[in-house]
Design a protein around this ligand. Sequence first.
Ligand code: NAD
Length: 263
Amino acid sequence: FLSGRTALVTGSTSGIGLAIACSLAEAGARIAVNGLGDQAQVDAALDAVRKAGSEDARHFNADLRDPDAIAAMMAGIDAWSPIDVLVNNAGIQHTASLAEMPVGKWNDIIAINLSAAFHTMRAALPGMAARGYGRVVNIASVHGLVASKEKAPYVAAKHGIVGLSKVAALEYAAAGSRDSGGVTVNCICPGWVETPLIEPQIEARRNGGSRDDGVRALVAEKQPSLRMTLPAEIGALAAWLCRREAHNVTGASFPVDGGWTTQ
Ligand code: NAD
């Protein structure tokens, strides 16, 4: 259902982004891969999306802290193939109390986890509306809905992207039609997902035990299912949101959190 469509997935050299890129590739999309990493990591990501079924995949290099680099990336992708599906997924984390949070970490987390999505959406949404089909899937977090201690910039950025997505959903709600698929903007709000991003938090809870002890301690704190989510499970939901029959699903935030935010 995505053949002939083009998807940009930011932060798709690793973790959830790579899994989403593979799910969209499986549905037939051309994939613009973005994210940091050495040539081997970029090549591995391109290989994975091609193997998943993408007819064409390219890496677009932009450090998302830099609005000029984002503008150049968006222009480059547009010249290659205009974006039908935009997944704002890139994100970083740093845990420290508010009083001890380094200012540089605040600035980077707000830039990557929130402002980058504003810049990409601002560039991509008008073209989606003109063509009558577009999907924006923003990877927020349970921390877009509730807070935890020691994550001030992360929680602020994730609440911000939930709000930003609602505004965009309203502004583009009437674009396109049922037949063309319309333009929708939604958030996915994962709890714990097994990726490199959370390794430091697993490490911090090992207490001299094994990595599995660290995982159990981390999950038990917040996630009643006591199971982590796999990146591919987020990919499956992102792909479903891109289907034509999801044309009226917009402005929503979907927790994938084993019950975390239902408590
Ligand atoms: P990850 O560390 O595996 O991947 C992050 C990706 O973002 C990488 O491709 C990295 O290169 C890219 N990135 C980081 N800084 C960048 C920059 N300046 N410019 C361009 N790209 C940059 O992390 P992940 O766990 O896959 O996280 C993906 C998203 O999911 C993030 O937004 C994160 O907040 C969110 N999330 C993760 C979890 C979880 O438990 N892992 C839970 C909720 C939400």
